[in-house]
Design a protein around this ligand. Structure first.
Ligand SMILES: [Zn+2]
Length: 262
């Protein structure tokens, strides 16, 4: 499940493989860009913004992609077999002499002028993993809706960018917060945001997305995807519910003992 840390790591790999190199082939498998061709152009930068990735070129054109739930970029050497999924799931291909980057199941594949990137990512709050992270700005944005449930506020990328369902659930467990606690009743909002950022940063270094510190399969999470199983701290069964507007509602997991409703 891609979150800010996944996009951050993917961007780092893409940067190493693509930046400073001339593209020898490109293929955008979305109707609006089916005939676009950026071959002959050089990739100048790959930038993660929350769950968005911006691949900039010297054509003054940026490729904007979004990972959503299932998206991923794979990098292949010429002799390697492509293993990211069936061909119909490929949304974009960027090739140079050494590497081919293949984007599978990307929710957004959009070419836009680099000068107009704000159209794609301008709505995002401060990026938890970005160089311009601004805690005060993020807190102000969250506090602007004081009655909203903290679980919803953390997922809203307009407040702060990078937290997905995993880090939302795990952070709330570690802070002993019931997911429906209104923002204005969260005593240490800065501590909540800072902990989510810490978990994301720790996982920028490896792919396991462990929040427990244990990387063994089945031991990586405190509550998420553990509905009905015993809490690792107190043994109470983890419960689940849907949180958020019906159109965007996500499964939420919590321990009724460690995260009591106040
Ligand atoms: Zn518990």
């Amino acid at each position: 499940m891609p979150e800010g840390d996944t996009v951050f790591r993917a961007s780092r790999s893409m940067r190493k493989a693509l930046v400073g190199r001339v593209m020898t082939s490109t293929d955008f498998r979305v109707p609006q860009h089916a005939t676009a061709d950026l071959s002959g152009r050089t990739v100048t930068e790959v930038v993660p913004r929350g769950k968005h990735m911006l691949t900039r070129t010297d054509a003054g054109v940026t490729l904007h992609t979004h990972f959503k739930m299932e998206g991923t970029w794979h990098l292949y050497k010429p002799e390697t077999k492509w293993r990211g999924g069936p061909a119909h799931e490929i949304r974009a291909i960027l090739g140079n002499d050494e590497w081919t980057a293949v984007g599978y199941r990307l929710a957004i594949v959009e070419l836009l002028p680099t000068a107009e990137e704000h159209r794609a990512v301008g709505h995002l709050g401060p990026d938890l993993l970005g160089p311009d992270w601004d805690l005060d700005d993020a807190l102000a944005r969250i506090n602007a809706k004081p009655d909203l449930a903290i679980g919803e506020a953390l997922l809203d990328q307009r407040n702060l960018a990078g937290i997905g369902n995993i880090y939302k659930n795990e952070t709330l467990f570690l802070k002993g917060l019931h997911p429906w606690t209104p923002v204005n009743q969260v005593k240490d909002l800065a501590g909540v945001v800072t902990l989510a950022q810490k978990l994301l940063k720790l996982n920028c270094e490896h792919w396991s997305q462990s929040t427990t510190g244990n990387t063994a399969p089945g031991e990586r999470r405190w509550v998420i995807s553990r509905g009905g199983q015993p809490c690792r701290r107190c043994g109470t069964r983890i419960v689940t519910g849907m949180q958020g507007d019906p159109l965007v509602a996500r499964f939420t997991y919590w321990c009724p003992h460690c995260q009591p409703e106040r």
